[in-house]
Write a protein that binds this ligand. Structure first.
Ligand SMILES: Cc1cc2nc3c(=O)[nH]c(=O)nc-3n(C[C@H](O)[C@H](O)[C@H](O)COP(=O)(O)OP(=O)(O)OC[C@H]3O[C@@H](n4cnc5c(N)ncnc54)[C@H](O)[C@@H]3O)c2cc1C
Length: 389
């Protein structure tokens, strides 16, 4: 439901109606809590990101009535992992984990737009063009300053949930953000392959940085990470030269690419918080952790943050909402999954960074060993699909 004004008091204020905030709001719709989602911007329809959503994430969205054929999702049935210049490779398939698919690919713009529409049509009030600019926490409630309709308004809530993608957390006393710039940019583009992708996703550890190809309709969505100078140079190449450089990196491990659409780029930094809760405050999604896109885990992890917090809030007494015991429980429940996935993505980037030949061969052997060891392969696939909970 679209709200037109800001109430003075709430049980729960959700800051940000992106994919993670929207899932949480939708999950809380059946409770009798007074809730508001404050969203600063229109849904980013043109965002060029193609997101790999795990089967587990798709279930979470579906169970909350946030899945729709209009998302034009493309199934991922097989993931092929290889390293440039060596023979080692590993393949994970949906069949060996007994699922209809490992996951699927959706465009961020389509997902954000659908979720915003569902939010606007649902029972939880959504205040648009409402930017939370400051937060102040006291013992029994938190106070937020919200810029809306040209004025600054004050609202109090038993619990403020930051689902804003990560900016506000850096301004709050008592919370500390650790930032690790990768000195890498991701080039994004849609590619046309010479032969069908057969619902395969490719992750290739090229010498300059990891490169992913995600099936997206008949096309493949490219996420090619590399040093900022190299990315700037490649963004300026003609399509023909860009494709020639890309095909050289793929070296026949994936179909040859014959056309490329508009290219854009994103800077990559790992951001983690020393804690994901504060007084009357919980962080979810990118506000809690912003990961390298290698292995496509950021949103998947964020949706599990929202799922966990929703389960705690759904079953709580009103007097317990935002209590230190409830927040400690949320932090504890998320520690293992968030830690494991953050370590996995950061570890992959660091492990495959060095072009030193003996190290490359050792990594190649690691991939081969994983390919030969069914239980280890299945365990990895399950972690990627359902997280480490
Ligand atoms: C190149 C790239 C590729 C990626 N690929 C994948 C992938 O394949 N799979 C995957 O799982 N993840 C992937 N990710 C990560 C994924 O995009 C993020 O994890 C996800 O978007 C986080 O969702 P969120 O809702 O937490 O934050 P966001 O999507 O950033 O949404 C935050 C929302 O809060 C609003 N907001 C911000 N500030 C305020 C404020 N002060 N007041 C009110 N509202 C505010 C914003 O307008 C926005 O709507 C990728 C990321 C990148 C950069």
């Amino acid at each position: 439901m679209i709200a037109t004004r800001l109430p003075a008091q709430l049980d729960v204020l959700i800051v940000g109606g992106g994919p993670v905030g929207a899932l949480l709001a939708q999950r809380l719709a059946a409770t009798d809590l007074s809730i508001l989602v404050a969203e600063a911007h229109p849904a980013a329809q043109d965002d060029p990101r193609a997101l790999a959503l795990s089967w587990g994430s798709r279930q979470l969205l579906g169970d909350a009535n946030l899945w729709d054929a209009a998302l034009d999702a493309t199934a991922i049935e097989r993931v092929h992992v290889s390293q440039q210049g060596t023979m080692g490779r590993v393949e994970l398939t949906h069949a060996e984990v007994g699922l209809p698919e490992l996951g699927c690919v959706v465009r961020y713009g389509k997902l954000a737009t659908l979720l915003r529409q569902r939010l606007a049509a649902g029972p939880v009030p959504l205040l648009e063009n409402a930017e939370v600019v400051a937060l102040h926490a006291l013992e029994t409630y938190a106070e937020a300053q919200v810029r809306h309709a040209g004025a600054l308004h004050s609202v109090t809530a038993r619990l403020v949930i930051l689902a804003d993608g990560g900016k506000l957390a850096t301004t709050l006393p008592g919370l500390h953000q650790h930032s690790k710039p990768y000195r890498q940019q991701a080039i994004l583009a849609l590619l046309t392959p010479a032969s069908p992708h057969n619902n395969t996703a490719w992750e290739r550890f090229a010498d300059g940085g990891p490169l992913a190809l995600l099936p997206c309709g008949e096309q493949l969505a490219l996420v090619w990470t590399q040093a900022p100078e190299q990315a700037a140079a490649r963004l300026a190449l003609t399509d023909a030269v860009f494709l020639a450089e890309l095909n050289a990196q793929l070296a026949g491990r994936a179909p040859e690419m014959v056309a490329v659409g508009p290219r854009s780029s994103f800077p990559l930094t790992l951001k983690t918080m020393d804690q994901v809760v504060g007084k009357r405050l919980a962080l979810i999604g990118n506000a809690a952790q912003t990961l390298h896109p290698v292995a496509g885990q950021g949103l998947n992890l964020g949706l599990r943050d929202a799922d966990t917090l929703a389960s705690l809030l759904e079953n709580a007494d009103r007097s317990d909402i935002g209590s230190s015991a409830q927040l400690a429980r949320y932090a504890l429940l998320r520690r293992r999954d968030a830690g494991a996935v953050t370590q996995l993505t950061d570890g992959l980037v660091e492990l495959f960074r060095s072009p030193f030949l003996p190290l490359k061969h050792a990594r190649s052997l690691g991939l081969l060993a994983l390919d030969l060891c069914g239980p280890a392969r299945r365990e990895l696939a399950r972690k990627m699909v359902f997280g480490a909970r």
